[in-house]
Every structure is written in C-alpha cells, then in structure tokens.
Design a protein around this ligand. Structure first.
Ligand code: ADP
Length: 541
C-alpha cells in the first residue's frame, strides 16, 4: 500500500512571496525612478499592504479569478504592486511589451481578453491609439495620482492612486490551487503572431526558488538588485519574485535606461547585482569607459536574451563585474541555464576560463535538456556535435495560450535554438535555427562570427546574416555599426578574423551601417536585416 508523507500541504502561491518579504524583510527598501520624474522609496511592508489594496480594488471593479489584467509599464513599485495584487487575488497578470507595434499590442490585448489594462503615463499615446481596437477592455488605469493625471485624454481613464486609496487593505490573500494561472507573457513574435505563455503559481514559485540559487542568479538578502531587464520581458526574468523571496533591496530604473542614468542609480543606491540583455550593457559600458568611471559596489550581472559577446564579458570583468551568462526563453519562465564554473575550473588560465564563460552554461535543477539531430536522435555531449536543443521541466510550457496545436515533440519542447553540450553539461548556443548560415550545406554559426567582430576596438555592434551566393547558396555577410569616431576598413575587419575562425567561416563582405534594427526586447533584428540586404551582391558572387 502506498504510504503518503505526512507534511503540511501548502499551495505554492505568488502571494506567499510578498507576504514573506513583508513579514521577514519588512523594512527592506524598494527604490523606484518614477515616470513623474522623482525617486520613490518605500519598503516591502508598504508594498504588500498596497498590493492587498490593489487586489481589493480589482475585486471592487468586478475582476474575477482567472480574468486577465494587462500592464504596459516600466520597472517600478506600482508595477510590482500590480504583479502581486493581480496574481495574488487569483487573476492573471498579463505584461505587455510597449515596444511592440500598436497593431501587435491590440492583437495581444484582444487575444488575451484583458478586462483592464494598467499603464504608465509614458504610454498614454499608445493607449489612445490601441483603445479603439480593444472593445473588450472595461477600463484603462493610469498608474499615477490625481495631480499627475492627464488633463485630457481620448480614452476615459481610471486613476491608480484613487483606486488604491479607496481601499482599506483589510484583505486576506486567498488560498487556491497552485496550478491556477498566474501570469501571461507573449513571445515577441518575430515571425507570425505573438504566442502566449501562461504561467501558473506553482511554476512561478518553483522558478523563483531555482533561479535564486548560488549557481543560478545567486541572489541573497545581502544584495541590492536592479533589474534592467524590463518587467514586460518575461517578468524581468523572474526577479520581481526571486528578489523579494530572498529579501534583497530592489531598485527599479523606470524609463531611464541610458548609460548615464543607470550609472547614477547604480552608485547612489549601491547596487551589487543586475540583469539585462547585451545591448543595455553596451550603453552602460560605453558611458563608464568614456568617462573613466568605476563601479563602487556593482559586482555581478546576468547577461542573457542574446549571446553575451566575449569582449563584453571581459570589459565588465576589467571593471570588477562578474558576468553570469544565462539562457532561457519566454516559454521557459525564462531561466534554463546559467554559466557558473565548476570547482575543477579554478585552476584554468584566464583564456581557458573565458572560453567556458562564453557558453550559456549548465541547466538549473528543474530543467532537463538534450540536443537531437534531424531525425530526433540524441547527439553526444562532446562540445562539438550540434543539434536542435530540446527542454522539459515544470516551468516550461506544455502548450500556448488559446492555441490547440501541441508544440511538444515526445514530451520535449523544441527551443528553436541550435546548440552543443560539452562533457560537463555546459551548453553553448551556436545559433537560432532560423539564423544559421548554410554555406554549401555546411553550417556557420552567426554568433561565433559576431563574437569575433565585437572584439574589434572599432566595432560598436555587429550582426552576421546570410547573403545569397550562386555557388554556396549562402555566405556570411557582416553588418557593422562603428563606434563613434572610430575608423576601420572592410579589409582590416576581415583580416581580424584570420586565425580566429575557420577560413571558410570568414565573412565574404562587410556592410557598414549607422544602425542595426533591434527587436522589442533589445535583440538584433536579423529578419529585418536579411530583408534589407536581400538583393545584396557579394563581391565574389
Ligand atoms: P523573443 O526573442 O521572441 O522575445 P525570448 O525573449 O523568449 O523571445 O527569446 C528566447 C531566445 O533568445 C532563445 O531561444 C535564444 O535564441 C535567445 N537567447 C536567450 N538567451 C541567450 C543567450 N544567452 N545566448 C544566445 N541566445 C540567447
């Protein structure tokens, strides 16, 4: 007969995280740059009380458990209150990326059937543009106080502070099944319509535990954590949950994500740890280097979302900042792997250590991965064989929201990434399958090419895409933005590749541009570049 364990049964609910932070780290601060222009400070205790008032206000508006509530907002304390208020009462917090095209935003709001949408004042013009196309939204809530409400607006608005002030906070977080939906994020949909990943309370709490571990993001109550990655980009990689879970001080940058503003906040609030995509660190690094500055407390950062160029890892290391290279995706809540070295790597030379740090790293407990060939056969872990990367685990999607097709293959989720895995389980992305360059049937990793280019002192940003070649079908074309004031010729750049990659990997040509288009999540938009260069004639072709 089965013998059941005899432990208390407590559902893993998101509200338990903010309750914990308020009770055990009640006086720890949350500091936010507001859209109103000033710096706001309060504590986890204040945050939890106001999150309860948000939950009450939603109840008063008639929001039901399971109903979707959208947000169009920067990283800030009110957004955090909405995160906890909405999920905590049993509704679904649907974060929308305001950098998407208005048509995509309207599509997402309608697809999710958001009942209410909370937005920062920055996005009023956006709201006015999409509201007429979103007939099912019952109310648009401006996240500010009465004094800062817009004098006029084309859309009837509710005032966030008035909604909160009308409540007394006398509210108990409800208990319910941990498998209920808690939040919703859409992939940015570089091709086709965006697809929704619907997280549960259980998946979110498990992901928060795992991502706080020392070999993952390594968050602790000692830290001051500033998520640069937006709360509308896969829940800021879970930091709004894992930071309160460990009781660290939380700093929110609001809308100001330029190098100077970030540096000022890092120094002023004594930030120790941060997280963001490579393009953000480009701006911050440029500011710090060109002004000969140092970081006095900032010591660790997570870089993910796209490959962290080795030159960036080393530049941050020179400033005494350890880079934790991490990989994941919206469908994975998002964390899958992080690149923390093993004890056996301690004795490595700097050069050998850097080679490992360029990898996307080891899985965190909870995630299982494998690489497979075209027939679905598992490939060896030798650091050389590359194939389609597949994952499974309790915070990885089973299916997309309101979509009947099954995305899984034999119970595994195909990531769309191509990767190698070495003997120690360190995974390295060689490409997104749609970005791989297929030259004469052989594959060239666009990421490898970009990593070499990014190490050239005159290169600000580099993207490698395929260009048509009559003999080889595709050949690599390097698209480069130079650093301000820097000079480099096509020949010099191509020469720079000699000895760094196989000869036949060296790009056929270099195109200098003033700007590389970025996606809504700050990644180089290679699809658009490929369109832009679709008629490009390679010199050898
Ligand atoms: P989208 O790009 O559509 O917004 P995600 O933010 O979920 O979607 O992006 C997930 C993808 O980003 C991964 O499948 C992978 O291709 C890429 N990615 C994420 N982290 C890394 C990394 N550290 N190195 C290389 N690619 C990465």
């Amino acid at each position: 007969m089965a013998l059941m364990g005899q432990m208390m049964s407590a559902p893993l609910l998101i509200s338990s995280i903010i309750k914990h932070a308020a009770r055990y780290y009640g006086s720890t601060e949350i500091v936010s740059r507001r859209t109103e222009g000033d710096l706001h400070r309060y504590t986890y205790r204040d945050c939890e009380l106001r999150a309860r008032k948000v939950a009450q206000a939603l109840g008063a508006l008639g929001v039901q458990q399971g109903e979707r509530v959208g947000t169009l907002a920067w990283n800030g304390y009110r957004h955090l209150e909405v995160y906890y208020g909405v999920s905590g009462m049993g509704a679904v917090c649907h974060t929308i990326n305001p950098r998407l095209f208005p048509e995509q935003i309207a599509y997402i709001v309608n697809h999710a059937e958001d009942g209410y949408v909370f937005f920062d004042l920055t996005f009023l013009p956006l709201v006015e543009g999409v509201a007429p196309h979103c007939p099912n939204v019952k109310g648009w809530v401006a996240m500010t106080d009465r004094a800062h409400m817009p004098a006029e607006s084309k859309v009837p608005l509710l005032c966030y502070e008035e909604l909160v002030d009308a409540q007394d906070g006398n509210y108990e977080w409800p208990l319910f099944d941990e498998n209920l939906a808690s939040s919703l994020c859409y992939t940015s949909g570089t091709t086709g319509n965006p697809k929704g990943a619907l997280y549960s309370h259980r998946s979110t709490v498990l992901h928060s535990y795992a991502s706080a571990l020392p070999d993952a993001l390594g968050c602790s109550a000692h830290d001051v954590i500033l998520p640069v990655v937006p709360m509308f980009h896969v829940n800021a990689w879970g930091l709004p949950y894992s930071v309160p879970l460990v009781g660290a001080k939380l700093v929110f940058p609001g809308a100001k994500l330029d190098g100077a503003s970030l540096y000022e906040l890092f120094e002023q609030e004594k930030v120790t740890f941060s997280a963001g995509v490579p393009t953000v660190w480009l701006g911050l690094l440029q500011y710090v280097q060109s002004n000969n500055l140092e970081f006095s407390t900032f010591r660790r950062t997570v870089i993910g979302g796209s490959a962290a160029p080795p030159a960036m890892i080393r530049a941050l290391e020179a400033l005494d900042v350890e880079v934790i290279h991490a990989w994941g995706m919206t469908e994975m809540s998002p964390l899958g792997t992080s690149c923390k070295l093993l004890a056996k790597h301690d004795a490595l030379s700097d050069a050998d250590r850097h080679k490992i740090q360029e990898k996307q790293g080891r899985v965190i407990y909870g995630v299982d991965m494998k690489i497979v060939d075209g027939e679905g056969k598992e490939l060896p872990w030798d650091g050389k064989a590359f194939g389609d990367l597949m994952v499974r685990g309790p915070w990885i999607i089973d299916r997309y929201y309101r979509n009947d097709s099954n995305p899984l293959v034999d119970g595994w989720f195909p990531t769309g990434d191509v990767a190698t895995i070495d003997e120690d389980g360190f995974m390295q992305i060689t490409d997104r399958s749609k970005d791989v360059i297929k030259s004469g049937g052989e594959w060239i990793s666009s990421i490898d090419i970009e990593n070499v280019a990014a190490a050239h002192p005159a290169v600000h940003m580099a993207a490698c895409i395929s260009a048509y070649h009559p003999k080889w079908d595709e050949r690599p074309l390097l698209v480069v933005v130079k650093k301000p004031g820097a000079e480099v010729t096509r020949e010099e750049l191509l020469q720079f590749f000699e000895g760094k990659v196989a000869k036949w990997w060296i790009p056929d040509d270099v195109a200098f541009v003033t700007e590389i288009p970025l996606t809504a999540t700050g990644k180089m938009q290679k699809l658009k570049l490929r369109e832009q260069f679709k008629d490009y004639k390679l010199p050898a072709a």
